[in-house]
Design a protein around this ligand. Structure first.
Ligand SMILES: Cc1ncc(COP(=O)(O)O)c(C=O)c1O
Length: 438
């Protein structure tokens, strides 16, 4: 078995303190929350950073370079996602921002499933919307979506591309055809899909796609909403200020069209450049090897967890056939928060625990108290997966070797001797502040 990452990431060899094993290389199994920067992205940012200057409004040479960097990042994003000529590429802060923007611009009722991350649920709650309960069968769920779309007029079907809890991928082409058949558009929350699979909007029939740079190996604060211009040009901007306007009087503002309408204020040039570079590097890599690397690791993870007595992996659908590198699981007799604290403190492994900002889904799956989630990406190696499996096996066999307690609602090791570096002071609550997990 190869133990090489598919692409080099920053921090791949960072060492962290443990309670019983001294320092170990960090096993980052939390890519679904935030992925490390690609080395190629960091190199690109280092290359362009000396030329960074004000964008759009500056006449200086560096301003012109920065403007070109920013605007060409849009073209790169459009090109790599199969965007159509009239699709806008709006740079946002993240997927949440992108979906809130879309909600603001959607001119009619919206259909969503109850499996969604809160980012694709909450923005619709103040909108005319219906939440459809998924069943344990994907094909039956698709039939229900079709029936709902047929029964009432919807402007939009808003679905996730891949579940952030189970990694299961939705059949987007099929859903797009369904939505279009009944006169609706389809928006895809691509936060978990874009980091793992090439996405082609035109070929799939996706009208809008939202995703985050920090999950796609470009953690520099940018996200994207890409899609048809008409709704975005007609939609009321929700971020008001400079850059988004044609003309302003004391009484009245005339907003501009195009991306600028929704990008008020100074744009995140570096974030956009990083995100575009990351897509380019992913898509220029060997697609077969990329998918094979992930398939090998996620299969090892799933099969290994299923083989441990008392461990249950979680799925939404009994008949789904494809998933990305995200696996959630529960360990009998152990609170998920305790297991996550143990994995970190005794094995140097980072996973996520809690309800993953998908409370309705966890409730529907009958695990309202939460679970654990291990997720991988292009920087993952076999040893990280193997270490997790050994650690969970040891936990099940003999329990943790340290004592743990709950503080401020989070499990932590008692009398933890590990210290944070000076640049990250160990503030009260820092160790476990995970609002989404709770
Ligand atoms: C499926 C899905 N959608 C949306 C989001 C929100 O992403 P962000 O926090 O970058 O806005 C996440 C984050 O975990 C996610 O997994």
């Amino acid at each position: 078995m190869s133990s090489k990452p598919f692409l080099r990431v920053i921090g791949g060899s960072v060492r962290v303190p443990t309670l019983s094993r001294g320092e170990v290389t960090y096993a980052n199994l939390d890519y679904a929350a935030s992925a490390p920067s690609l080395v190629a992205v960091r190199d690109h940012i280092e290359e362009v950073l000396p030329f960074y200057a004000s964008v759009h409004r500056g006449a200086g040479y560096l301003s012109q370079l920065s403007t070109s960097l920013y605007e060409s990042a849009r073209n790169t994003v459009r090109e790599h996602l199969g965007g159509r000529a009239d699709d806008l590429v709006v740079f946002t802060r993240n997927s949440t921002d992108a979906l809130n923007l879309l909600a603001r611009c959607t001119p009619g009722a919206v259909l969503v499933l109850d499996i969604e991350h809160h980012a694709n649920l909450l923005p619709w709650q103040s909108h005319d919307h219906r939440v459809l309960a998924a069943t344990r069968s994907l094909s039956e769920t698709l039939e229900l979506v079709g029936a709902a779309l047929e029964a009432a007029p919807y402007a939009l079907l808003a679905v996730t591309g891949a579940s952030n809890v189970t990694g299961e991928i939705l059949p987007l082409r099929e859903l797009a055809i369904l939505a279009h058949r009944f006169g609706a558009r389809i928006a895809v929350d691509g936060a978990q899909l874009v980091p793992h699979r090439p996405v082609d909007l035109a070929a799939t029939g996706i009208d809008y796609l939202a995703f985050s740079g920090h999950k796609v190996y470009a953690p520099f604060g940018a996200g994207v909403l890409i899609g048809a211009s008409d709704w975005l040009d007609a939609g009321e901007p929700y971020l008001l200020g400079g850059g988004a306007v044609r003309n302003v009087t004391i009484e009245h503002t005339e907003f501009t069209n195009g991306e600028a309408r929704h990008e008020a204020g100074s744009p995140n040039v570096i974030g956009a450049a990083a995100l575009a570079k990351a897509l380019q590097v992913l898509h220029d890599s060997d697609r077969g090897e990329w998918l094979a690397h992930e398939a090998r690791l996620v299969t090892a993870l799933r099969v290994g967890l299923d083989a441990i007595r008392g461990v249950t992996t979680i799925r939404i659908w009994e008949d789904s056939t494809d998933s990305v590198g995200v696996v959630s699981f529960a360990v009998d007799g152990y609170d998920a928060g305790l297991v996550a604290a143990y994995l970190s403190a005794e094995h140097g492994i980072g996973v996520r625990d809690g309800r993953f900002c998908a409370h309705p889904l966890l409730a529907a799956l009958g695990i309202p108290a939460g679970a654990l989630r291990a997720s991988i990406g292009v920087g993952s190696i076999d040893e990280h997966v193997e270490r997790l499996l050994v650690a969970i096996g040891e936990l099940v066999e003999s329990g943790p070797s340290w004592q743990y307690e709950i503080q401020d609602g989070r499990w932590i090791p008692k009398n933890d001797p590990r210290r944070f570096p000076d640049w990250a002071p160990n503030l009260p609550g820092t160790a476990g502040a995970a609002p989404c997990a709770i």
